[in-house]
Ligand binder design. Structure first.
Ligand SMILES: CC(C)(COP(=O)(O)OP(=O)(O)OC[C@H]1O[C@@H](n2cnc3c(N)ncnc32)[C@H](O)[C@@H]1OP(=O)(O)O)[C@@H](O)C(=O)NCCC(=O)NCCS
Length: 202
């Protein structure tokens, strides 16, 4: 792979790549196009910001979104990191992340990056990320957390026996929607691995 032909660009300055970026992300994590486009259109010079990786043929090869962490203005949360399926394993993810880190350090004046992942821990470890306690992007700093396996037991409401009227018991209520990160009594139950990295000042 020829890295000289690659560019990492802020999506809001190149709206002509919006649709292609939307399709790239939705190919990995299907979601309504309207919702996805709305999220991508929120990109700005500050946070949130979407960065795209393109080649000299103007093909969108990758994407990464930077989101603010309200309680940590010195950091940001990296989301929706994706490389086009047919271009994986060619170090493009590494290249994109390096450029994203430079952007965070030099353009946004940040000193840290946080993220969460499930299954890509080795990829981020190779880039120098370390496991840390969860952070919330919704405004609360989390003092403790308890990693859990995804469990439907936690969300199921116990079903009582119906009174003996002869009628069949009513169907159980549907399970509550499962949050990926439940915050309860200052304990985060999450099945994701949170990671962070200090951005070295050169
Ligand atoms: C994760 C992803 C961005 C990596 O991009 P990539 O361009 O394929 O990664 P690279 O080629 O730069 O890989 C760098 C190193 O990480 C390793 N790596 C990449 N993906 C990995 C994975 N899923 N598990 C373990 N190691 C992985 C590579 O083997 C390589 O190791 P090496 O340096 O020893 O050869 C890409 O696979 C992807 O888009 N995945 C689907 C979306 C996703 O899961 N995103 C992450 C959300 S948290």
């Amino acid at each position: 792979m020829e890295f000289d032909n690659l560019k990492v660009l802020p999506l809001h300055k190149y709206p002509e790549y919006l649709k292609e970026t939307c399709d790239l992300i939705n190919d990995e994590w299907p979601r309504s196009e309207t919702a996805r486009m709305m999220s991508l259109r929120a990109s700005s010079d500050n946070l949130p910001s979407s960065l795209i990786l393109i080649n000299d043929k103007k093909l969108v090869l990758g994407h990464c979104k930077l989101t603010p962490i309200p309680t940590m203005p010195e950091s940001c949360f990296i989301e929706t990191v994706v490389i086009s399926k047919s271009f994986r394993g060619m170090k493009l993810g590494t290249y994109l992340m390096r450029k994203v880190e430079e952007h965070c350090k030099n353009k946004l004046d940040l000193s840290m990056i946080h993220l969460s992942t499930k299954g890509q821990e080795s990829f981020y470890e190779k880039l120098g990320y370390k496991i840390c306690a969860p952070v919330s992007i919704y405004g609360t700093r989390i003092p403790n957390y308890r990693p859990t396996e995804p469990s439907h037991k936690e969300t199921q409401v116990p079903v009582r026996s119906a009174p003996s009227t002869g009628a069949p018991p009513p169907p159980p209520p549907p399970p509550m929607p499962r949050n990926e990160n439940l915050i309860n009594n200052n304990i985060v139950k999450t099945n994701k691995t949170f990671m962070f990295k200090y951005l070295s000042k050169v």
